[in-house]
Write a protein that binds this ligand. Sequence first.
Ligand code: C2E
Ligand code: CA
Ligand code: CA
Length: 818
Amino acid sequence: MFTVYTYLVGEHDLRLVGLAGIICAIASFTAFNILHHIVNSRGAVHWIWLCIAATASGFGVWATHFIALLAYSPGVQSGYNLVPTVASLISAVILTGMGLAVAVAPDFYGRRLLGGAIVGGGIAVTHYTGMAAFEVAGRIEWNPTLVAASVALAVALGAIAMSVGLRNRSFKSMMLGSLILTLAICSHHFTAMAAAALVPDPTIVVPPTAAPISWLVTLVAGAAFTILLLTIAGLALDIRDRRQAERESLRMRNLADAAFEGLLVCEGNTIATANATLSEIVQSSAEWLAGRDLATILPEEAARRHLEEKPNVAIETTLHPSAGKPIPVEAISRPIAFADKPHRAIAVRDLRDRKKAESDIYYLAHHDALTGLVNRNKFNTELDQLIQAHRPKGSHGGAYLAVLCLDLDRFKEVNDLFGHAAGDMLLQKTAQRTQKALRKGQTMGRLGGDEFAIIAPGLSDPVHASRIAESVIEALRAESENASTADGLISASIGIAIFPADADDRMSLLSHADTALYRAKAEGRGTYRFYESSMGEQIRSRRLIEHDLRFAIARRELSLVYQPQARTHDRQIIGFEALLRWHNPVRGEIPPSVFVPIAEESGAIIPIGEWVLREACREAAKWKRSLTIAVNVSATQLHSSYFSQVVHEVLLETGLEPSRLELEITETALIRDLNRGLATLDQLKALGVRIVMDDFGAGYSSLSNLRAFAFDKIKIDRSFIKLVNTNEQAATIVRAVLGLGRGLKLPVIAEGVETEAELAFLDSEACLEVQGFLLGRPQSIKAFQQVTGSGIAKTSPAEPSSDAARQKRTASLPSAAR
Ligand code: C2E
Ligand code: CA
Ligand code: CA
């Protein structure tokens, strides 16, 4: 019995064995290469390519077998029978073809292993049919163990070869697959040959019909030539595909580079490519990014999951560039086909400018530009939060909270004697020195002019507040001692009120601290006083106002004045804002800044607001020109469940076209109960009414609130307009808000325009609508009869616009309008 090894080395021409191996490897590689094209093809083309791959591999298997046989010299007379020879060739093509068809069949688990096993079976069938064609002067004795081993080798290695070679389209896996397939064919062949022991038997005569070796050589050469042709065809196909992919990716790249937004193309979580904008954002070239995990630049896992699971839904996240700070972006993903395979395109919008504008607006809205202290708005918000925390169940429950109101003594004198610059210096120094005397957690704000206030939370004893006051007064006194000139002399008086001992809410707490402050001033200055309940005069007056307000409608004490809103460039009036006035026979004119907050708190704003709405709509419905009418809506109204119903009724009742009604809502009102507020706004919008965000910039100024609802207009708060020509920061903010409006395609109106210079600034910054004393003070609607009736609305251009003329005009207004 021969072993496989001695058999191979002993009885073979090893050069021919080598040739068989090479042909086998080339044929295998060609088959894999063509198979990869099949994976992407459909219909008839699919089957044609399958036949070609079957031909390449079948011919390969067959040629390997016969070249190896030619390398074998049994030492006795031999030849080949034509019919089984051709039969083995056909069975090679058909069986490997079947195996390949299974291996590339779509969507069935284990298809490559099964297909490979069938190919292995084909190899065995080819071999043993081929052996039947071998005519030799002798008997063949078969060793069943080796026969079984040969079949097992072909089947097992065939299965492995298919699953390795078809795993992906890389050159490496195709190469490895073809080597294993070559090993399958060769190991099978030589094990099978070793299984056959030739016992020479002179009595057996090779029949004359057996083809001579030269004939077989021609056949094998033909097969090898076919394989070569198919190899070339496969390579040509490859080149064509690659060029096409390159052209496609170049076209995509050019298109993508022209895009303003950053674009990433990913396969799974691996970046395939990126456009120029994205490279710029993350400061890495597209080449560096290609092949990297998306997590390299987008480490936030939740965001990646969102992009994967929710295509077409934008998300805000951060990109991490190779160096520097994370960049806030908005990202959205979309499935696309790229290089014939499913990919995801991720569009990325840089939010840095937007966030910067947002934080600038936020800062200016919450801080005082001169001292850098928090302003009244922010101070109030913090105080509200802290009061909440000091209530019995809050985090500071049980402790005391002190509010200290601080006012400079003789500030006015410094301002008048030494000028505004000296006054500003004094305020800055006061802020600095006082802050140094405060502890962590204590907040100082500038409430306006020379009015400051301090919140001291978490006190175990109200008496501690006096120590704070003493140390502040002492710090300011020390500063004065160092001052070389008279304008450096600082002295302050302080009034203190304690929560919950003195008051239960912010407004009364502040007003009590204020009352105590006046007492301190009256009793000597440079000192402090605690609030005493005997000082509660103001509270009583508040209660009285609340009481009177309840009857204001019935007693016909309320009235509306109308302030024009105009187009910036030609000052043509396009609408009016209705503003409420209260004339009480005893108290006289009470400004809305005083009674509206009281009405809001007591709930009286609900009937009053309804009255305003009805009155304003009734008035506007009478006008000949379809000018807009803006009505202010307070938080209490917005959150009442009947509000949209009331608006609907009023519109029906007065016959006012809904699109002419603009409801002005402040951000603070909206966020008190955001969801409820948004729901009401949706209902109002469905009526056709327009919604304006009032006082933008003065509150939270959060762009997310602005985007949470489709507002129809933004109104920039008048505190900014007042500053545009003196404060560069304010001008920047106004520009940012106007830019924001353009970005969100929202018209912007500026209120509080008082001077020609402010108007000129707004005109040059393309703010299209304005409102303010310059365009007209709030007046009785009678003053505008010409505009609302048949007359054509022009304010200033037709009239002299000198200050004297303006004074004359305003001088003739009813007292309520001034
Ligand atoms: P608002 O909604 O911001 O109204 C604009 C205020 O700015 C009005 O004050 C108006 O007279 C004033 N104003 C207009 N142009 C200029 C200007 O060029 N310079 C200056 N310094 N001020 C200007 P008013 O009438 O005293 O109203 C104060 C606030 O009272 C309003 O602020 C609004 O919040 C509230 N309010 C007035 N009427 C109503 C109303 O009917 N309902 C509700 N809920 N609130 C109202
Ligand atoms: Ca308003
Ligand atoms: Ca306003």
